[in-house]
Design a protein. Structure first.
Length: 83
């Protein structure tokens, strides 16, 4: 049975990271998260992602809203590292 078509009303289908491997989006180390952080820079749903994921409220690990999170705390990433 083929997979149903993506729901275009779902903000995740519009995310710049939608085609990235999950290990990149949910990385906890800067060097592994860099592709996702770069994608966030031009993502049309960046604010929505941060709002829905609410990383600081649920011990999130990974990239959300253009930021890297570990255990719900933002990990500082220097601008030069994210480029």
């Amino acid at each position: 049975m083929p997979a149903p078509p993506p729901d275009v009303s779902d903000w995740r289908t519009q995310a710049a990271c939608a085609d990235l491997p999950q290990r990149t989006v949910f990385a906890t180390r800067r060097q592994h998260a860099l592709p996702a952080l770069r994608a966030c820079a031009a993502c049309p749903v960046r604010a929505r992602c941060l709002e829905v994921v609410a990383p600081q409220d649920n011990w999130f690990d990974g990239v959300s809203g253009g930021r890297l999170w570990r255990n719900g705390r933002e990990v500082r990433v220097l601008a030069a590292q994210a480029e």
